[in-house]
Design a protein around this ligand. Structure first.
Ligand code: FAD
Length: 538
């Protein structure tokens, strides 16, 4: 085994956005850092590809709708605008277009959203206003700070929340499932469908008690969907620049073979090529628990109990996505624009979801491994950012939640992809007839492609782990590894399998950075007050 002369202070496994954010914070704290990334490019889910057959057409093959990135603490702390990031937040943020041409609209301005709800149901519009107003302070003072902090043990959290009326209210609403919340509070089937769809976007099982507050929090959250100018990968390039400014190094096309442990402490890694790279202070893994604990740690260094917990870590049944990407001569022109001209500037568009019953269909089909009636959502990025296509041309995409093991085996996707892509295009044309004549080129991406490209997204789970009661907060990924620390001193977790979970939030890394700095006794001007103190002030 060849030993590298250079010893780093910290090694980060995986250079997705979480790995890069942690690396940049550690670099800011004066540490000499190295990230190890298996792909030829850093960024993980922040990926933008140029169509190899049609130069100039850019496609965001993973994350595209980036929620409130500009409001994330790391966005300011790492000065990402100085490093080239730029975000766009379209006003007509989300629209659900029904088969008969109505439009349920979510605007960045809550007043306009309430007006749109009122066109479907005056009672539901009032209910929306009531929950919005009640949950704005709960989101601001409890849920947002909790997402941005290492989680508290559940008993301590409950005791703190029970001390305040806002905390007690949150606990009471949480006791419901999202489905119970929506059934109890709203009446119109399209509104119920839209709300449960949003819940599904965050992959919370709508039948699970303990998550009833999710929809109220979404209604009240100031966090809207944004897009990165130049494509999602532009955010990855800004993060890389922030890392490099601190002297951090990113080693591409490299995989770890094992985490090296000496004297009961993680002291470095051995690469697949057999090179030993040492870390003076820590190794942090942004990979999933099976990769970190089962693939990379010698079996003898894990108790049987820990091994079983890592093995049992569950992935989301409803998370995998199938994508249809189009190169276009002109943007989709929706039939419903005749009555809703504002649709010409709509950002996220949802199609095929007229009735709440469709949500139940989707769940049932995922459980059976079969293809449900199509409900899909997507955008035309070039309406807001002309740099993602040649002049005067456009790109657009639609995503559909489809089972990973289709007809019992994920390998079936390679056979089914073209046929399913055509079915999605036919449905899209029903809503936007001009697509029949303006498609220049197209390609599809299946749930299996996602796992092939990013193996941490096991079974195509883009959130890298289910949100079930025993895999959230202090117990994510599992009890005993839920505070970014592991059983091995010097080994930390920092990816989407840790609190608060997947999507481009950067918060697992932001929180891991807080824990690591505290363990090393390092101070930093960006550290937020401890969450217990913040909750005590509510
Ligand atoms: C199709 C799709 C659409 C999505 N849409 C959205 C969206 O609109 N909005 C949103 O917020 N999120 C979206 N997501 C989810 C989001 O991309 C992920 O939740 C997020 O990327 C997780 O970030 P991460 O840094 O923890 O992991 P990743 O981004 O997956 O990064 C992990 C990194 O580790 C690397 N890696 C994996 N295994 C190894 C190994 N053995 N050795 C070395 N390196 C390794 C990977 O190559 C990757 O670079 C989408 C995901 C997909 C797949």
């Amino acid at each position: 085994m060849a030993s590298n002369d250079t010893t780093y202070d910290a090694i980060v496994l995986g250079a997705g956005h979480n790995g890069l954010i942690l690396q940049a914070y550690l670099g800011k704290a004066g540490m000499k850092t190295l990230a190890i990334e298996r792909r030829a490019v850093a960024g993980g889910g922040l990926s933008t590809l140029e169509d190899p057959r049609r130069p100039g057409f850019l496609h965001n093959t993973h994350a595209f709708f980036l929620r409130a990135v500009t409001a994330m603490p790391w966005y300011a702390d790492l000065e990402l605008e100085r490093h080239g990031a730029h975000f766009i937040e379209p006003e007509l943020n989300v629209v659900l277009i029904t088969g008969d041409g109505r439009a349920l609209e979510w605007w960045t301005d809550i007043g306009r959203t309430i007006d749109s709800f009122a066109a479907f149901s005056a009672r539901d519009a009032d209910t929306l206003r009531r929950w919005h107003d009640e949950f704005v302070p709960i989101v601001a003072h409890i849920l947002a700070p909790e997402a941005r902090s290492p989680p508290l043990p559940p008993e301590e959290r409950r005791a703190l929340l029970e001390r305040t009326s806002a905390g007690r209210r949150l606990l009471a609403v949480s006791a419901l499932s999202p489905l119970q919340f929506v059934e109890q509070e709203f009446e119109h089937p399209t509104i119920k469908a839209g709300l449960l769809f949003f819940n599904g976007l965050r992959e919370v099982d709508l039948r699970l008690p303990g998550f009833g507050h999710h929809i109220a929090a979404l209604l009240a959250s100031p966090a809207k969907a944004q897009m990165s100018r130049g494509g999602s990968a532009a955010l990855a390039r800004a993060l890389e620049a922030a890392v490099r400014e601190t002297g951090g190094e990113i080693r591409l096309k490299t995989e770890p073979r094992r985490i090296v442990v000496e004297g009961g402490r993680a002291v470095g890694i051995e690469t697949a090529e057999g090179e030993l790279i040492r870390a003076k202070h820590l190794v942090a893994s942004s990979l999933n628990p099976q990769q970190t604990f089962l693939d990379l740690i010698d079996e003898g260094l894990l108790t049987r109990d820990l091994r079983e917990r890592a093995q049992r870590f569950q992935y989301n049944l409803l998370a995998p996505l199938f994508a249809l990407h189009l190169n276009l001569g002109e943007p989709p022109r929706y039939r419903a624009s005749a009555d809703h001209p504002e649709l010409a500037r709509a950002f996220m568009v949802i199609l095929g979801l007229d009735h709440v019953d469709r949500i139940g269909d989707i769940v049932r089909h995922h459980e059976a491994g079969t293809i449900p009636p199509t409900v899909m959502w997507g955008a035309c990025p070039t309406l807001f950012d002309g740099s993602q296509a040649p002049p005067g041309r456009h790109t657009a995409f639609m995503w559909e939640k489809l089972p990973y093991r289709v007809d019992g085996d994920a390998a079936n996707w390679d056979r089914l992809r073209d046929e399913h892509g055509r079915a999605m295009l036919r449905l899209w044309q029903d809503y936007a007839p001009n697509l029949a004549d303006t498609v220049v080129d197209s390609f599809t991406r299946t749930p299996l492609d996602v796992e092939r490209e990013l193996p941490n997204m096991r079974a195509g789970d883009l959130l890298v782990g289910a949100f079930a009661n025993d895999q959230v907060g202090y117990h994510r990924p599992f009890a005993g590894a839920g505070n970014y620390r592991t059983h091995l001193p010097g080994l930390y977790l920092c990816g989407a399998s840790s609190h608060p979970g997947g999507n481009i939030t950067g918060l697992p890394a932001y929180n891991a950075a807080q824990v690591i700095l505290s363990d090393l006794g390092l101070a930093a001007d960006w550290l937020p007050p401890p969450i217990a103190a913040q909750l005590a002030m509510v």
